[in-house]
Design a protein around this ligand. Structure first.
Ligand SMILES: [Zn+2]
Length: 152
């Protein structure tokens, strides 16, 4: 009975300690990250590439080191205090991926929407939605009136 009470209290004390440590660590992390850049689209892309490369490459291969390099670069960028420079890098990255954006968008929606299929207009790059499983169909772009054939 007495032993139980002591061990119960001990568990309580340990859980209080854990809460105090958590609060302390959060505060420390917050202070550490204060004035630092944090994450942006470029960093998320670097981290996704790192995960993909580490999943696809063999251990200790050059590709795995490249992936790790990208991870380190993302980490460095998020902790950097040169916010101006990091923002500029991110802007350059966003300009670079801009032409691919409609294709990324269409692919993303094709993966989630099982009822419709999404195509990018070859002329104006507008994303066009059509019903799935209709075989080869002629699509006319509602924006620029270009006609093109695709398998739905
Ligand atoms: Zn178009």
């Amino acid at each position: 009975m007495m032993k139980n009470l002591i061990s119960h209290n001990r568990n309580k004390i340990i859980s209080y300690y854990i809460i105090i440590i958590e609060v302390f660590m959060k505060e420390k992390l917050y202070r550490f990250m204060y004035g630092r850049y944090g994450n942006d689209a470029l960093n998320i892309c670097l981290l996704v590439l790192y995960v993909l490369l580490s999943l696809l490459s063999k251990r200790n291969s050059i590709v795995s080191y490249v992936g790790f390099g990208l991870f380190i670069f993302a980490l460095y960028r998020s902790m950097s205090k040169n916010i101006y420079k990091r923002r500029h890098e991110n802007e350059m990255f966003l300009n670079l991926v801009k032409p691919f954006k409609p294709y990324i968008n269409a692919t993303k929606r094709n993966l989630t929407d099982k009822q419709r299929k999404y195509f990018v207009c070859p002329s104006c790059k507008q994303v066009i939605r059509v019903p799935r499983h209709r075989g080869r169909i002629e699509i006319s772009c509602p924006t620029c009136r270009t006609h093109f054939e695709r398998k739905s």
